[in-house]
Design a protein around this ligand. Structure first.
Ligand SMILES: C[S@@+](CC[C@H](N)C(=O)[O-])C[C@H]1O[C@@H](n2cnc3c(N)ncnc32)[C@H](O)[C@@H]1O
Length: 293
């Protein structure tokens, strides 16, 4: 099952213009190449379809509409002033714009040139960096916080490499908060209606979802990790997990976003947000999981 957060694919299953969907291995290089191409080709449609919901300068964690202004997962808004923040998989940098409005100093990083052009279209003033999350072009200890709303993590073959990179560029005590498709969704069809409520695949099957062209080259890749895998990846990346947030579907939100809908949102989780911390030196070397601490 794919869980396509972009939500821009044709609904026609036999559309000849659509690449063929399959399940097969896809390594880091192929996944990165596919993601760059896909987001460059589809950024316009993504921003056209979802830009209204995202707003120009809101920080939304996912299709449920949980807003950082209310959730304060990076810390109280008033505490963000003057902090260096890295946003990974920033798209059009809406989250960074909200962070800048709080007085933070965000840097918005994305693999896709076209997504970053949308950031410029919305407004100037946010530093933009075109790079892969697996190789961050920053010195060690450059940031106080790092965040990602569905950026990069669901699309990379080696999330631990991304987490190690984030750990490297964060200062001791820094937070790393990222949202991804809730892993349970992998077992269900990616449909917003009742057909999306019956288990159709194994939650434990980690074989990537790949769309490929006629030559067999991947043009879109999604990598599944179970909830336990994600926790182990966070710890392997050097972090302590301090919270795992599963936003509930709010009564005000009547919008569908791909397979995310009020119907499904009221029954099963759609987003998982991992709140992680890089320990200060005295505690490092004993990275541990403290869920709910
Ligand atoms: C679902 S969009 C989310 C964008 C934005 N955070 C938002 O909420 O609209 C995923 C973004 O991750 C970016 N991305 C995918 N793989 C990446 C990678 N390996 N490194 C950096 N960015 C990546 C894509 O280019 C895309 O802009």
């Amino acid at each position: 099952m794919s869980q396509e957060i972009h939500g821009t694919h044709s609904d026609e299953p036999d559309d000849p213009a659509e690449p063929a969907a399959t399940r097969r291995a896809a390594d880091e290089a192929e996944s990165s190449r596919a993601s760059r191409g896909w987001w460059d080709r589809n950024a316009d449609e993504y921003q056209n379809d979802h830009g209204g919901f995202l707003g120009d300068d809101r920080f939304v964690w996912g299709p449920e509409g949980l807003d950082e202004a209310e959730a304060a997962l990076l810390g109280p808004a008033a505490s963000l002033k003057g902090l260096d923040v890295l946003e990974i998989g920033a798209g059009a940098a809406q989250c960074s714009r909200w962070l800048a409005a709080q007085g933070a100093r965000p840097v918005a990083l994305d693999l896709s040139h076209r997504q970053l052009q949308h950031a410029l279209r919305i407004g100037e003033g946010i530093p933009l960096v075109e790079a892969d999350a697996g190789r961050l072009p920053f010195r060690d200890g450059s940031f106080d916080l790092a965040c990602s709303a569905y950026g990069a993590v669901p699309f990379v073959a080696d999330p631990v490499q991304v987490f190690r990179e984030v750990h490297r560029v964060l200062r001791p005590g820094g937070r790393w908060v990222f949202s991804v498709t809730h892993p349970i969704r992998w077992a269900f069809p990616d449909e917003p209606g009742p057909e999306g409520l019956s288990v159709a695949a194994s939650y434990f099957d980690r074989v990537p979802y790949v769309e490929q062209d006629e030559q067999g080259d991947a043009v879109y890749v999604e990598h599944h990790r179970t909830l336990g895998d994600r926790v182990r990846d966070v710890v392997a990346g050097g972090f302590r997990l301090v919270d795992l947030v599963e936003p509930e579907w709010p009564a005000w939100n009547n919008q569908e976003w791909g397979g995310w809908s009020p119907l499904r949102g009221n029954l099963i989780p759609g987003t998982a947000i991992f709140v992680c911390e890089r320990d200060r030196p005295s505690a490092e070397g004993s990275a541990r999981t403290t869920l709910g601490a």
